[in-house]
Design a protein around this ligand. Structure first.
Ligand SMILES: Cc1cc2nc3c(=O)[nH]c(=O)nc-3n(C[C@H](O)[C@H](O)[C@H](O)COP(=O)(O)O)c2cc1C
Length: 169
């Protein structure tokens, strides 16, 4: 039986939530990562993903101008970087340099892959939609990469940035 609650109380029950890191090149040539929970695949053929970016994020203008981005699925070993990319802004810091995150060049777009992530998808921006205080960007996957090693993905398992790796089945 359901009992009515506040939205906040219901929302707290949504976890675990997947995490992705979107990376795009800013106008100065710096590759800027942003941690995201709001992401979903939206099409099989062609493969497409939607990400939701807050109006205040530096990444909003960066992705809009670059028209392409990488989506990386962080592994359970990338908790610190995931929090760093999700709490610092590319307006003030070069996040990849400061975190010392190893990268490798993307193949089909002007971008970088996170070398130690579980997988990386190269995406071209195909559309956007304003939804409240966030903008949904839809990207078409144009290249995909997986880690040679089997790794567990990182998830948010509770409020206040509680992260955990969850095993694949
Ligand atoms: C686990 C986690 C999930 C997040 N999910 C989102 C999200 O889906 N959309 C968003 O706009 N910001 C999200 N954020 C917040 C941004 O990552 C954060 O504001 C970041 O510092 C913005 O970086 P930028 O200014 O370089 O773009 C999330 C942060 C964390 C830690």
């Amino acid at each position: 039986m359901q009992v009515e609650s506040t939205f906040e109380r219901a929302r707290a029950l949504k976890y675990p939530e997947q995490i992705v890191i979107a990376i795009a090149r800013d106008p100065a040539g710096k590759y800027n990562p942003i941690t995201l929970g709001w992401v979903t695949q939206t099409s099989h053929e062609p493969p497409m993903f939607a990400i939701s970016i807050g109006n205040t994020r530096y990444s909003l203008g960066v992705i809009r101008a670059a028209k392409e981005f990488v989506l990386a699925w962080p592994s359970e070993h990338q908790k610190d970087e995931t929090l760093f990319f999700g709490t610092k802004s590319g307006r003030e810091v070069d996040k990849l340099a400061e975190a010392g995150t190893p990268t490798q060049p993307a193949r089909a777009i002007d971008g970088v892959l996170l070398r130690d992530a579980v997988a990386n998808l190269e995406c071209r921006l195909v559309s956007e939609l304003q939804t409240g205080d966030h903008v949904i960007f839809v990207g078409q996957v144009v290249a995909a990469h997986v880690n040679r090693r089997p790794l567990n993905r990182l998830y948010t398992v509770g409020e206040n940035y509680q992260f955990e790796g969850l095993p694949r089945r």
